[in-house]
Design a protein around this ligand. Sequence first.
Ligand code: SF4
Ligand code: SF4
Length: 389
Amino acid sequence: MERVAIIKIENDNVYDAVKKAIEAAEQPDLSSGDTVIVKPNLCAPKPYDSGVITNIEVIKAVCKYLVEEMNVKTFVGDMPIVGWDPKEVYQELRIKEEVEKVGAQFLDFSEEEFIKIEVPDGKKLKSVKILKRAFEVDGIISLPVMKNHFLTGVTLSIKNLKGLIAQDQRTKIHVLGLHEPIVDLFQALKNQIKYAIVDGTYAANQVKPSGPYYGPIEPGEIVKMNLIIAGRDPVAVDAVTSRVMGFDPKKIKIISIAAERCLGEIEDIEVVGEEAKPIKKFKPSFTGRIISFVSRIWASRMLNPLLHPFAKKLYGPQMVTLSKAQKEVGEGKKGTVILVGECDGCGVCVKSCKVNNIQLVDGKPIIGDKCIKCFICVEVCPKSALAIQ
Ligand code: SF4
Ligand code: SF4
């Protein structure tokens, strides 16, 4: 059984509520000295109490807890929605200065390396360009804001992972239907996602599209929910949060697909703290309903070629046809890892493989069949004993 904590914020003391939630739900599976990326939602330069981006007080509270209570080296980072200049967004949000106040380090994703990985068993996404550091740290903590989304119903800890994908691949995820590709991404990252904490201080309802690429950034209503929801299982955390937002999690495609693929629990959940009952019925805006309808038609095999010119006119050159997207991310990645050189069985490659795909047998590395072709093992082997065939 998975455990999820719903903690009410008393007297605006966000740190207390975050600490209570993490300790009630069980701490993340991280050890002292480990390194972690905290991935909030910094999709656009919006106020921290707009319910559109993760509240800075929650980001700082989570970082303070990881640094002070768990001695975990903490990075914070996200890549805004396509169309926004990341550096302008980071500057406007003053995110670097704020997280450094609590001993964390800001990670400018626009300066980071993105690598193409394979998504074994991906339904729609067979490969994807993703933040390399996501596979170099010991874990990732997804820290979304509680927000309704006109395409996916809610955008919570699983959908929040989309910020780890290279900007030039984001729109391809949309034309591939969004829900399944997002779960494919979650599946590829599963071992690395150690925790999910939902910022429910302010939540955005009836969100309308706006901005350069019509992202979900205009709240029709900002709801002061005053909640922190936390747990080790992102599916369980999203299921419980959806209930609190008045949704049936089985009707939220991203959550139900993830549960069907046994990536997490949607029902057998022990809720501690407040009850997981609807507190407010969140719903899509009128514009959001229209965009959702058009988006489904545009992503359909039959009508995509017809609708693509309009989508490109509306959204710009980033928009590609379904067939082009399938060509780019619908195919796997070439190359396999092989042992070529003198290996002394040091095990560095084993530790570097974040999908636990390497075992040492009689002092020699055996590469398994879950490889995502990140090739980090080849890079880190001190003996250059591994190569890509
Ligand atoms: S890192 Fe290199 S030398 Fe060490 S066990 Fe792996 S293959 Fe062998
Ligand atoms: S075996 Fe190597 S290339 Fe494959 S997932 Fe592990 S670290 Fe990456």
